[in-house]
Design a protein around this ligand. Structure first.
Ligand code: PMP
Length: 461
């Protein structure tokens, strides 16, 4: 059936209008045309409700982001207050406003290593794209125009704009987009179970990842490599927790060749791993950090790039030479988004949500790991309140992603929103979650795994 709107048959349900008028992110458009859309109407705490009133427990916090839960009135009030006072102003040409200054001060104070300045953007992709430009601008300022390459990792996720999608190390973000762009390279993914050779310890595997990085740097020429970017814990690439010694070994190589370290804290930032930042958890000392998602609990779009003085000083010099730092978004440091972010950070601190992650993590991880022995699971991975179950069954071997999709459907029917990244099921609940709600999630996960397994045993898969 065609969903083309026409003067005689205008679509009027929200589902029909959605298909008629909207192209969706990360969606198979033809499948959506055939199957329709899920309309989420409202949210409350760790739950969201669809337009038929069905309740779902949201075990992905939206897209790894709604730390304080859905329906937090303090954020609504912070936005309303700022809207009424100054709904918009920019930060170009020596202008500023209170919310952007206060948020910059707060982030510099919170940063796990000494940082010099915050630069505001509106999404994780924009933040990482801005970092690519900052790295180039700095190398030019330092008179090292050949030092521009950036190394990322296979399965890393850094966004979808041209440069940030290039940094991302996943085929769907490159295929058919003519990416990655030149000057962006990918090194080994630190997934121990998938990558280690028999008998190799975690420490040995970590050292091998660092050796691979060093070999790539030497092959490219150390004078051509400017920076390395990584998420402390890889998120959208499948929740890959670094093996022991990984970040220490990587940082030793970067120091040896004077290569900047960029920590993409877009998911890990603000408590996810049980520390305020993933960099603290894994003793990472970044020169640049990118932040978004839990920065505002995604109530409004905002992201930030934190840079240390090694980055700021040459940029400031170059801007004086050229006459400007020719970069900026209309909504950089948007006052309403900044006010919401400040209130959101206040809630995270006042309610000690990072402490909540630490308290609940053992229960979350034990329920997750209990599923590792399920006939459909091959590995459970996790830290803090982020985790994943990698699944496999021979009945689905010919169709990668089909088992994950079947499990996702089963969970959905039972009132749970998780996310299948291919055959890996990810969990990243709001930081306000409690123990009973964690049980609610994993009871549904278990029932769903059993139900899908039963269809296979019955030969129905
Ligand atoms: N970096 C990481 C680690 C992310 O997880 C994401 C989003 N999932 C991004 C960058 C891109 O953020 P956005 O979708 O806001 O552009």
């Amino acid at each position: 059936m065609s969903h083309q709107p026409s003067s005689t048959e205008a679509p009027n349900s929200i589902e029909a209008k959605d298909i008629a008028y909207q192209l969706h992110s990360y969606t198979n458009a033809r499948k959506q045309e055939a199957e329709g859309s899920l309309v989420i109407e409202r949210g409350e705490g760790v739950y969201v409700f669809d337009n038929n009133g069905k309740r779902y427990i949201e075990s992905m916090a939206g897209l790894w982001s709604v730390a304080v839960g859905f329906g937090e009135k303090r954020l609504v009030e912070a936005a309303t207050r700022q809207m009424a006072k100054l709904p918009y102003y920019h930060t170009f040409t020596q202008k500023t406003h209170g919310p952007s200054v206060d948020l910059a001060e707060k982030l510099i104070a919170m940063a796990p290593v000494p940082m010099s300045k915050a630069y505001f953007t509106n999404s994780g992709s924009e933040a990482n794209d801005t970092v690519v430009k900052i790295v180039r601008y700095r190398s030019n300022a330092l008179g090292k125009p050949e030092k521009k390459k950036i190394i990322s990792r296979l399965k890393g996720y850094h966004g979808v704009t041209l440069a940030s999608a290039s940094l991302t190390g996943l085929p769907n973000n490159h295929r058919a987009f003519d990416l990655p762009m030149p000057g962006i390279l990918h090194t080994t993914c630190p997934h121990y179970r998938a990558g280690a050779v028999p008998g190799e310890s975690e420490l040995e595997f970590s050292q091998r990842c660092a050796n691979d990085l060093e070999s790539l740097i030497l092959a490219e020429g150390p004078d051509t490599v400017a920076a390395f970017i990584g998420e402390p814990v890889i998120g959208a690439g499948g929740v890959i927790v670094p093996p022991s010694g990984y970040w220490q070994a990587i940082q030793a190589v970067l120091k040896k060749y004077d290569i900047l370290l960029i920590a993409d804290e877009v998911i890990c930032g603000f408590g996810r791993t049980g520390e305020m930042f993933g960099s603290t958890k894994y003793e990472i000392e970044p020169d640049i950090m990118t932040l978004s998602k839990q920065l505002s609990s995604s109530y409004l779009p905002i992201s930030a790039v934190l840079i240390n003085d090694r980055i700021y000083q040459p940029i400031a010099d170059e801007s004086a030479l050229i006459g400007t730092f020719g970069h900026g978004f209309t909504a950089s440091g948007h006052p309403v988004a900044a006010a919401v972010a400040l209130e959101n950070l206040a809630i995270i601190e006042e309610r000690d949500l990072v402490g909540n992650v630490r308290t609940l993590s053992p229960h979350f991880l034990s329920r997750l790991r209990a599923l590792e022995s399920h006939p459909l699971a091959v590995e459970a991975r996790g830290v803090g309140l982020i985790g994943a179950l990698e699944t496999y069954h021979a009945a689905f071997a010919e169709k990668p992603g089909a088992l994950g999709a079947a499990l996702n459907r089963a969970m959905h029917e039972r009132g749970l929103i998780a996310r299948n990244l291919g055959d890996t099921i990810a969990f990243c609940p709001p930081l306000i979650i409690n123990e009973a709600q964690i049980d609610e999630i994993f009871d549904i996960v278990e029932a769903s795994f059993d139900a899908v397994n039963a269809t296979i045993d019955n030969g129905k898969a």
